[in-house]
Design a protein around this ligand. Structure first.
Ligand SMILES: [Zn+2]
Length: 610
């Protein structure tokens, strides 16, 4: 189960290009042998772990998928590394791509690997290789099974490995970039671009912003916390996918993941330097939803969901071991299953205002799609975890276990074949409009197709699932802010985002339908319509309460005016601006690795509960 470095066949670039076209049918071992994967000695987690354990310093078995367009920088289809340091005002020359040998070299032609650590180009390649690997984690069939878009115009995320002096790292949609800062502790310089956890956390933000760009327009602190959760979950699962880390964990923990480990601890070097503890955050916590639901601090809140998913990691690996797997095998099966369990459901989430409950329901539904008979009781185990964490109510937990049709048909009066819906935004819109009544879309709603894509996902044992058609649709409902509780915004009109995500398989079976209704009158008058209207009314009330809480906490600033790319420590988490006279709120464009809340809230740095 633990592959060592494979022998390679010396292919030419032309041959590699031909083989690349057929890569979906090759095993990763064959890919490595044919040089369709690029080996690179990345730091194993971060330089702090290297000091701790010399044997676990670099990951020599690490490699990233090859692609035809790799160039200097590094630059690839989805990333462009630009090494501009805004503090020092220096542009460092890029790593050079050696297309014949499949290596990066420094400007003097020296090979970039762990023998050349002092080279600034090593850091450029380290961050790029880590990102290529993270992208593959999301896009391959055990993940979303499709190419993913970014949340901005353009296809390349700009990566700035040494953006300037500071204790943070950011994903920034406006400058289309990931920015990694560095800082000094005593004689040591800490580079955030060398921490796999920090890179993967920030990339998690970029991925989610691409999949659900309207989450940035949510006023809900819980939705902001969901963003942080996905960052931390990315870091944990991508680390766990690493062969060498699993080997280390097996040796360190003897299979018991309930103690502090390199898996549960996030951003070790950064945490040590900035927070004075052996990690920035830990996935080991006992927090329940009731402890965080009225909070406003998104990093703190996110830990409930991270903790729940880590409970599932622990229970899965324990179950695999009980069934006689070796520790190495148990961990390998756990990560394979976790990737399907945790990443695939992202495609089912509603387009707006995602809550922890939404994610739990999407996870459970995806598990049912992939594993309908569930002989090992994984679904029940997960329901218990979510109920215990109070992410799901016990009533919801009970209802989920009632017998039901696993693959229902979507009942719409005007039939559109799934393949036709998938054809274009215009076709998908006609499907929505023709079936407004059945889809609970108000007559007056200016409904729009937010995103349309298809995906081929795999099951945990690598079988292809039927092609999925994923349709996100949204509309805005005007809401008047009446009363003192809205402070400086009283009397203004804002809009509440509404909509849904429909997932069909190519044969028209309904895989999932998650909705965020509004309060405008519906066209139908049946029981279902009434239930939907009640849900919409509750949602509007919750929207107003959440907005008032944000305003009361002083957590809304005017639109951030700072220059893009400059480290802003005191940006409010939510900003307000006007579009056509209607007030719009958005999350701060900088989404960072740790919170700056103490700067404006006057509170001390948040603590980790363990
Ligand atoms: Zn973050």
């Amino acid at each position: 189960m633990m592959p060592s470095k494979p022998k390679t066949v010396d292919t030419t670039k032309d041959t590699r290009t031909v083989l690349y076209a057929a890569r979906d049918y090759l095993s990763s071992k064959a890919e490595a042998e044919l040089k369709l994967r690029i080996p690179f000695d990345v730091y194993f987690q971060d330089p702090a772990l290297r000091t701790l354990r010399r044997t676990f310093d670099f990951d020599e078995t690490f490699d990233v998928p090859w692609e035809p367009g790799i160039g200097d920088g590094p630059t690839s289809a989805r990333f462009a590394v630009v090494d501009y340091d805004a503090s020092a005002e220096t542009l460092t020359p890029p790593a050079k791509w050696d297309a014949r040998d499949n290596f990066f070299r420094d400007p003097e032609g020296v090979l970039l690997d762990k023998g050349n650590l002092a080279s600034p180009q090593y850091r450029q390649v380290n961050v790029w290789a880590t990102l290529q690997n993270a992208l593959d984690f999301y896009e391959n069939g055990f993940g979303l099974g499709r190419r993913i878009p970014f949340g901005f115009e353009g296809n390349r995320l700009i990566v700035v490995p040494n953006a300037g002096y500071g204790e943070n790292a950011y994903y920034d949609r406006h400058s289309k970039s990931l920015q990694f800062y560095y800082f000094d502790r005593g004689k040591k310089r800490v580079y955030t671009c060398l921490s796999a956890d920090i890179i993967n956390h920030e990339f998690g933000h970029a991925v989610l912003d691409g999949l659900r760009p309207l989450l940035a327009d949510s006023i809900s602190a819980e939705t902001a916390a969901f963003h942080e959760f996905l960052g931390d979950l990315s870091a944990i699962l991508i680390a766990f996918r690493n062969n060498k880390l699993r080997k280390w964990l097996a040796a360190e923990t003897g299979g018991d993941l309930s103690a502090d480990s390199a898996l549960s601890n996030l951003a070790e070097e950064f945490g040590e330097a900035v927070e004075g503890q052996p990690y920035l955050r830990s996935a080991l916590n006992k927090l329940r939803y009731s402890a965080i639901k009225n909070d406003q601090r998104q990093h703190y809140m996110s830990q409930v969901l991270t903790g729940a998913m880590f409970d599932i990691v622990q229970k899965l690996s324990a179950q695999y071991m009980k069934r006689g797997r070796t520790l190495g095998e148990a961990f390998w099966h756990t990560i394979r299953r976790m990737q399907c369990m945790a990443i695939q459901p992202l495609d089912l989430l509603p387009p707006v205002d995602v809550t922890f409950e939404d994610y739990a329901l999407a996870v459970l539904r995806n598990e049912e799609i992939v594993n309908p008979t569930d002989p090992d009781g994984y679904r029940q185990m997960m329901i218990d975890v979510f109920v215990d964490r109070e992410i799901l109510s016990s009533e919801t937990g009970r209802k989920l276990q009632e017998p039901h049709d696993v693959f229902p048909r979507l009942r719409t009066p005007v039939y559109h074949a799934a393949a036709d819906i998938a054809g274009s935004h215009a076709a998908a819109y006609r499907f929505l409009d023709d079936n407004r009544s059945a889809l609970f879309i108000p007559y007056g709603a200016d409904v729009a197709v937010q995103d349309l894509s298809t995906a081929v996902k795999l099951t945990t044992d690598a079988r292809r699932q039927p092609r999925q058609v994923l349709l996100q649709y949204t509309w805005r409902e005007d809401v008047l802010l009446e009363g003192k509780r809205f402070g400086q915004f009283a009397g203004e009109t804002t809009s509440m985002l509404c909509g849904g995500t429909l997932a069909l398989d190519i044969d028209g079976n309904l895989l999932s339908w998650m909705r965020k209704p509004g309060s405008q009158p519906l066209m139908g008058t049946g029981d279902d319509d009434e239930a939907e209207a009640r849900m919409g009314a509750r949602r509007k009330e919750a929207f107003l309460v959440a907005l008032a809480a944000r305003i009361k906490a002083g957590r809304i600033g005017e639109i951030a005016g700072g220059e893009l790319g400059i480290l802003e420590k005191t940006v409010a988490p939510l900003t307000a601006s006007k579009v056509d006279g209607i007030l719009r709120f958005s999350l701060s464009p900088h989404v960072g690795i740790h919170s700056d809340e103490h700067d404006e809230m006057g509170e001390s740095q948040w603590q980790i509960s363990s």
